[in-house]
Design a binder for this molecule. Structure first.
Ligand code: GLP
Length: 245
């Protein structure tokens, strides 16, 4: 695991964008796994700037997103499809028909989740998977629990995740209580994992991911078993690190 501590959110965003651009520059038709949330917004801005400066080209890239809320259509302004279009896809030359986000309106979420995983395999797998982290240690929407799922599946959001995400909605009551998310198997199959985090509220979870035991109670701790992980965090998120591996 390679851990990079950035001086600021801006630096974290730039370093993360460079990691993604490196993969795309080495393999122009790369499959990039993307994530949403407050954390990657700056990284997408950096990638848009790099695209405008002709430092990266997305014309042959395919993207697959980690997760989506159940019950929100792609044009709902809090859906993750909407987030991806407005924060990234609309500003670069990726083909929209090469962008995939799990369908939160599917009748049978688990069946469509299995199709999503097959599609990823048919694409040749994910070259780099970006993940953020919840303050409770979730990745994608894989919440802490007794067990973790391998494939893309329907999941119930924990109270703490609903509360954390309420800031994006008019009220907490509007936050969906369920989501569809890539499972730990899907994330771990990616050839490379890029984990980003900023802010003190992530510091404890980050320390557990870097220094703690592997546990389903901190789903992100599983990435310790992956052979190519880059963690890019700002100083606040690094403030509780007991050790640097
Ligand atoms: C959200 C998303 C995750 C994200 C995490 C952190 O609920 N499902 O993919 O990484 O929680 O979000 P944020 O970056 O807004 O702190």
């Amino acid at each position: 695991m390679k851990v990079i501590i950035a001086k600021s959110y801006e630096e974290m965003s730039r370093l993360a964008a460079e990691e993604i651009a490196k993969v795309v520059n080495e393999k122009p038709n790369a499959v990039i796994g993307l994530a949403t949330g407050g954390t990657p917004v700056g990284m997408y801005k950096e990638l848009i700037d790099m695209y405008k400066e002709k430092k990266v080209d997305f014309s042959q890239v395919t993207s697959v997103n980690l997760d989506e809320y159940v019950g929100l259509s792609g044009d709902h302004n809090q859906s993750y499809r909407y987030f991806m279009n407005s924060n990234f896809f609309d500003h670069v030359n990726i083909r929209k028909d090469h962008t995939f986000v799990p369908n939160g309106l599917a009748k049978d979420i688990n069946a469509e989740g299995a199709e999503y995983d097959k599609k990823i395999e048919a694409l040749g797998g994910i070259d780099v998977q970006l993940v953020g982290i919840g303050s409770n240690g979730h990745i994608g929407f894989n919440e802490p629990g007794e067990e973790l799922d391998l494939g893309t599946h329907l999941t119930n959001l924990t109270e703490s995740t609903i509360e954390a995400n309420a800031r994006f909605f008019a009220s907490k009551d509007e936050v969906p209580t369920q989501a569809v998310t890539m499972g730990l198997g899907g994330i771990m199959k990616a050839k490379k994992i890029l984990l980003i985090a900023n802010g003190a509220e992530k510091a404890e979870a980050i320390n557990k991911v870097i220094n703690g035991k592997i546990t389903t109670q901190i789903p992100a701790s599983m990435v310790q078993m992956h052979r190519d992980v880059v963690v890019v965090i700002d100083e606040a998120a690094a403030s509780k690190l007991e050790n640097l591996k």
